[in-house]
Design a protein around this ligand. Structure first.
Ligand code: NDP
Length: 514
């Protein structure tokens, strides 16, 4: 590797590259601060941003929940989840600095008096830390609570910036609604209190380095784009496989299922990114304008096509990583007769000039053999094979999102020896190998973007509703059809047989989980 390449790679991984300047000082109000997401993901992400000098030294975090707690207690709870403890288990100076900026506020989500007190507390923090009136409200409660919080923020006058130099933003966690109507209602309510430019609908998948690299790969390199269409692409496969079960989220998952939890959000967003046209520039409006066109071009499903092109599954008992695991219906908190799907696979078509006739196979599931998230672009076979008797696998380009972040291109190569034998080989790019470090947690990337006002990686009202419009007919068809014969795949397998048939009936095959 040349010394210039090494310097460039070092620059990519230096902290100064990640945050050229700290963001504006601000108060972050985290609703649901006593919860799982806040502790496991949001507080560690904020800590990561603080130690990388991405947050202003004067930022303040105000945890909000109903549980009574002092600032110190909240800090102690947060400390348990921060990375990089000292060998004695105590907090080092970075921990101490961070914890000093944490405060806690308890109250009822629908009590107007609570929000009057909150406004006063925010004014105090503003004065103490000279935050310039900048405020970020983060909704990390169960979604049923969002409307109450939004309404009360509006009533208390907390949605409006204090002056023309300050900003107020709101982050809304997924799931954004449970169908199109509820997503529309939530959008309407948010938009009656906040402006669209203040609303950041988060999908943490989009904060992953490899997902962002997808745009760089497609639109920063000249050689792939000419191949990126029905002329050369045979099909596209998008996989988001988990080996985990429902963990602590059975109550949520029972009412959601794989289609709502994964397909409506992450998987359709990946579809939009892989299929979109080049944006006019890399700003939030231009990128999101292109993504919505893809979602609007996906051929809608109806009762017949749902029966033909959509497969659902639920795992039974099995073995994952050589350990026996219970079936979904035996998980704590799950109805023993549950009809919730833990797996979904579907075939979609994007009816536009670029993708006409190219099937997009999407699949996601829990308790599959191995965790893997990838997009595989499968190219057409060479038009004429001159190597008699030798089959040559078609080329594929795989963008690996998890667990090994990178990109590989497969092609046929002559295997050594006197006989002409063609073997499939790959050219691999691995993030860790190339840049010497793993990528940053998605939540850190997204919170950083939000504090800086960059909405490129966040969902817009129209794209959330368009994604629900695609998923709703599937939910309806399942609701109105016969009860599913669950469980239909053992934990630790690659999913139900019917999912394999979906691709095989077209003469294609899913890539094995890596
Ligand atoms: P929790 O169930 O842990 O709830 C967060 C907090 O909200 C609780 O600590 C509780 O605080 C409060 N709360 C819980 N139930 C109610 C209720 N019925 N009414 C009012 N307040 C309530 O949720 P998570 O932290 O797991 O998730 C928060 C949000 O983030 C959800 O929308 C979830 O879908 C989303 N999300 C979560 C992920 C995760 O990994 N956990 C991943 C992706 C998204 P208190 O009782 O103190 O008020």
């Amino acid at each position: 590797m040349s010394s210039r390449a090494t310097a460039a790679q070092e620059a990519v991984h230096s902290d100064s590259y990640f945050c050229e300047a700290p963001a504006d000082p601000c108060a972050i109000v985290m609703f649901g601060a006593s919860g799982d997401l806040a502790k496991r993901k949001l507080l560690p992400a904020l800590y990561d941003l603080a130690v990388h000098s991405c947050l202003a030294p004067r930022f303040r975090l105000l945890g909000f929940a109903r549980t009574e707690m002092s600032d110190d207690e909240f800090g102690r709870q947060a400390a348990e989840f921060l990375p990089g403890k000292t060998p004695s288990g105590g907090a080092d100076s970075a921990h101490r600095d961070f914890l000093q900026q944490l405060h806690y506020f308890h109250g009822e989500y629908n009590d107007p008096g609570t929000y009057q007190r909150l406004a006063k507390r925010l004014d105090e923090l503003d004065r103490e830390a000279e935050l310039g009136g900048n405020r970020l409200f983060y909704l990390a409660t169960p979604p049923s609570v969002y409307p109450r919080i939004v309404e009360q923020l509006g009533r208390a006058g907390l949605a409006k910036p204090k002056n023309e130099r300050s900003w107020v933003r709101i982050v809304v966690e997924k799931p954004f609604g449970h169908d199109r109507a509820s997503a529309q209602a939530l959008n309407e309510q948010l938009l009656s209190v906040f402006d669209e430019s203040q609303i950041f609908r988060i999908d943490h998948y989009l904060g992953k380095e490899t997902v962002q690299n997808l745009l760089v790969f497609r639109f920063g390199n000249g050689i792939f784009e000419p191949l990126w269409s029905r002329n050369y692409v045979d099909s596209v496969q998008i996989t988001a496989a988990e080996s985990l079960g429902v963990e602590r989220r059975a109550a949520f998952y029972e009412s959601a299922g794989a289609l709502r939890d994964m397909v409506q959000s992450h998987v359709l967003q990946l579809t939009a990114l892989i299929a979109m046209e080049s944006p006019a520039n890399f700003d939030a409006t231009a990128v999101r304008n292109e993504k919505i066109k893809v979602l609007q071009s996906i051929r809608p499903l109806d009762g017949d096509s749902v029966r033909r092109d959509v497969v659902r599954g639920q795992y039974g008992p099995g073995c994952v990583n050589d350990e026996p695991v219970p079936g979904y219906r035996q998980e704590p908190g799950v109805n023993p007769n549950s009809a919730t799907e833990t797996f979904a696979a579907l075939k979609l078509f994007i009816d536009n000039w670029r993708w006409s006739g190219v099937p997009f196979y999407l699949r996601t599931g829990k308790r599959l053999a191995r965790p893997s998230a990838e997009i595989a672009v499968m190219f057409k076979r060479a038009p004429h094979l001159v190597f008699r008797g030798e089959a040559v696998e078609p080329n594929s380009l795989v963008l690996n999102i998890q667990p090994q972040e990178g990109i590989s291109l497969s092609f046929g190569a002559k295997a050594p020896g006197s006989k002409l034998h063609i073997a499939p080989v790959t050219m691999d790019f691995r993030y860790r190998r190339a840049f010497g470090a793993g990528s940053r947690e998605a939540y850190a990337t997204l919170i950083n973007d939000c504090i800086r006002g960059d909405a490129t990686l966040f969902d817009r009202a129209d794209s959330v509703e368009a994604a629900w419009a695609l998923v709703d007919p599937i939910i309806d068809a399942w609701k109105n059809g016969p009860a599913p014969a669950f469980p239909n795949y053992p934990a630790g397998s690659e999913g139900p047989e019917a999912a394999f048939d979906l691709a095989e009936s077209d003469g294609r095959q899913w890539r094995p989980l890596p």
